[in-house]
Design a protein around this ligand. Structure first.
Ligand SMILES: Cc1cc2nc3c(=O)[nH]c(=O)nc-3n(C[C@H](O)[C@H](O)[C@H](O)COP(=O)(O)O)c2cc1C
Length: 168
């Protein structure tokens, strides 16, 4: 049976929402692991899981530092798992792809069963002063995007649900 751990970090909650959606649509047993500053203290036993999904959000062009540190620290172990990698980003198209490919180590991108970006949101009420300034100046949101881009997350889950082998 598929046993999946979804490891994620989220600043304002959007990536957390995607992680929670994964609970509903991935086959088999699925557990969530929220990365916070305490990190390693609360890490589960990875040997229990054959599939790991990792999700972070893009700020200033980069993936969440907690996710970057997690992937670097566990690189060898992660290459032995079935992998799904995603980021949440406000940009889409070529810019989103570029950010996505800089967000994870090449070793993991090459081996992952599925890699994708999901729609980010600009949640102004949850931002601090500087975040609001940057969001307004750089990202120029005119409309709030819908919270969960259902078709992309469903495609992501379908790919993981279909393939049961670790890539060699
Ligand atoms: C200060 C700030 C900087 C951001 N920088 C980027 C960026 O460089 N590229 C991008 O695609 N999205 C950017 N975003 C959008 C976030 O990726 C988006 O808000 C996402 O939904 C955040 O997810 P989270 O709440 O899970 O952290 C930025 C958002 C803020 C508030």
């Amino acid at each position: 049976m598929n046993n999946t751990l979804v490891v994620y970090a989220s600043r304002h909650g959007t990536t957390a929402e995607y992680a929670k959606q994964m609970l509903k649509i991935l086959d088999g047993n699925v557990d969530l692991c929220f990365l916070n500053e305490r990190g390693a203290d609360s890490m589960p036993d990875f040997s229990q899981y054959n599939t790991i999904v990792i999700g972070g959000s893009i700020h200033y062009g980069k993936n969440n530092k907690l996710v970057v540190d997690f992937t670097k620290k566990n690189l060898e172990l992660l290459t032995t798992k079935r992998l799904g990698l995603f980021v949440t980003s406000y940009f889409d198209g070529d810019k989103a792809l570029e950010q996505l490919h800089n967000a994870y180590p090449k070793e993991l991108l090459d081996r992952a069963i599925v890699v994708d970006y999901f729609d980010g949101e600009l949640l102004y009420p949850k931002m601090n002063f500087w975040e609001r300034l940057v969001a307004r100046a750089v990202l120029k949101a005119e409309e709030i995007k819908p919270l969960i881009s259902k078709s992309k997350i469903t495609d992501f889950a379908d790919k993981l649900n279909q393939k049961h082998e670790v890539k060699k």
